[in-house]
Write a protein that binds this ligand. Structure first.
Ligand SMILES: [Mg+2]
Length: 325
């Protein structure tokens, strides 16, 4: 069973509609009537991180930054965090996790207002729930033919760190930093939503291509990504990547990390034709690089375009915790 199938079954088992809810499961966050936005994000030792890679404080920071990223993707202003954790032993680990969460909260001016703690017979589990407010949310379903496709920042750095660790190597410092400290894109997401520039939006948690599929599916449109335009994180070139050259050129291995590596927590959004100058001006104001990486067309699916050639992206792409090999 794929992660998407499992989530679909969980939604079917748990969700039956409610008059209090403006937007139920299926986007980066749910929206309640009155403009409250809510989402939750779980991190599991041995699945998302290992303690021989990162410290407990870094785990907490990263988990909260990832949760806050979903608020950015909705164009919402985060207002509170709730933290639940299961710990196998040393309570000091929990305190360090919590300190990391608070640091990420401090970065956006949001307090930790509650949570829960339990003993774990297995790995450390950390769940961060985030509440936000938005007058106008941006959904995954708003992409329309003619839109430009954009991403913020650079991609592949976090995946390069994981690839290095998994190969028993030490990741380049810049790649490690991308893994432990996802960027704060809340100001960009809010500004894009507030100015009506982003018509659809998602945060890149499972890789550009996998998340492009979500935009395409939710919008009933085709997303075309121009391979040459994808902003590969310079940190990727310093990492030892299978199939990568040492020349600093974007080889298939490097590009693959930028296209399918997860956990960059950058924003991907679409905007109407003619809005490109305003998008660039707003991004410059906020000192966040943005890159136009493709377009939206009538149809379905995700296509990669390179050197005038176009191929459909199918099969296993991006990160899937429940994929059977
Ligand atoms: Mg998300």
């Amino acid at each position: 069973m794929s992660e998407n199938e499992l989530v679909g079954r969980l939604v079917a088992a748990g969700w039956k509609g409610s008059r209090d809810v403006a937007l139920g499961p299926g986007d980066d966050a749910a929206v309640l009537r009155g403009g409250l936005v809510a989402s939750t994000d779980m991190t599991v030792e041995g699945v998302h991180f290992r303690f021989d890679w990162v410290s407990a404080r870094e785990v907490g920071f990263r988990a909260a930054a990832a949760a806050l990223s979903d608020m950015a993707a909705m164009g919402a202003r985060p207002v509170a965090l709730l933290v639940s954790m299961a710990l196998p032993g040393d309570p000091a680990v929990g305190v360090e996790l919590q300190r990391g969460v608070r640091q990420a909260g401090d970065r956006v001016g949001v307090a930790v207002v509650g949570g829960d703690a339990s003993r774990s017979p297995g790995p450390v589990v950390l769940d961060v729930a985030v509440l936000g407010r938005a007058a106008q949310v941006v959904l995954r379903s708003g992409a329309a033919p003619g839109h430009d496709l954009w991403v913020s920042g650079v991609l592949g750095g976090a995946a390069a760190a994981v690839a290095a660790w998994s190969a028993g190597a030490r990741p380049p410092p810049a790649a490690r930093e991308r893994f432990v400290a996802p960027p704060n894109r809340v100001p960009l997401g809010r500004a894009l939503a507030g100015e009506g520039l982003a018509r659809s939006m998602i945060d890149l948690s499972d890789g550009l291509l996998a998340d492009a599929h979500r935009i395409a599916a939710a919008s009933g449109a085709r997303v075309v990504v121009r391979e040459e335009a994808v902003p590969v994180d310079p940190a990727v070139f310093d990492a030892k990547v299978p199939g990568a050259s040492a020349s600093g050129q974007a080889s298939d291995g490097h590009l693959n990390l930028a296209l399918t590596g997860g956990e960059d927590y950058e924003l991907m959004f679409t905007s109407a034709t003619g809005a490109a100058d305003r998008v660039r001006a707003l991004a410059r104001e906020l000192s966040v690089p943005v890159t136009r990486v493709g377009t939206v067309e009538p149809g379905a699916g995700v296509f990669l375009e390179s050197g005038g050639e176009r191929r459909e992206v199918t099969g296993k792409i991006g990160h899937d915790h429940f994929a059977t090999p």
